[in-house]
Design a protein around this ligand. Sequence first.
Ligand SMILES: Cc1cc2nc3c(=O)[nH]c(=O)nc-3n(C[C@H](O)[C@H](O)[C@H](O)COP(=O)(O)O)c2cc1C
Length: 183
Amino acid sequence: MKVTAVLGSPHENGASSTIAREILRGAKDAGHEVVVYELNKMNVKGCQACGSCKKNNIDCVLNDDLKPYWKDLHESGALIVSAPNYCSQVSGDMIMYMNRHYCMIGMKEGKGFVRLHPGIKLIGVFSQGNGDKEAYKDNYMWYLNDFCNRDMVLEKMIVHTRNDSLEPDSEIMKEAYEAGRNL
Ligand SMILES: Cc1cc2nc3c(=O)[nH]c(=O)nc-3n(C[C@H](O)[C@H](O)[C@H](O)COP(=O)(O)O)c2cc1C
């Protein structure tokens, strides 16, 4: 199956991206096709609230670097999202990206419906300075729930803190590889 990953850190080799790539290594080893979007290298706008998606039940019409993403998402069996924690929440870029999934809720006779095929497996990776893994869990869940509201199924959430080693044989890297391998 196709596995799409959206990496949110401005640091190419930051903690969240390193862990997400380890998930993808596992996914590749399991025979999956992997597509990666690095948000910080892309030209991506926030939702313009133009309403085109709702009026016509179509993917976002914005002509920016997310354009090919919608097709990948429709074809994917799994979505990996990774982000640093900025000011207690997922980074602003990643919230902007999440907002764009407004187009995945269509409208028919005044009622909303999900335009994505159900059951896309979702993995969230978050990195924070705070050593308490539980400190921002509710905030991360708020973020992931927006994807679950589009009929995705939360498979795993990995929280990295300053206390976690990113050495190849560390617990968190093993957890990441296995998560990808088991997709
Ligand atoms: C603007 C900014 C705000 C931050 N706010 C928090 C915070 O509220 N809580 C926290 O634990 N870490 C905070 N951090 C630290 C980052 O979450 C931490 O360095 C993380 O490991 C970065 O992830 P990355 O390596 O994937 O980019 C902040 C860092 C920056 C640059």
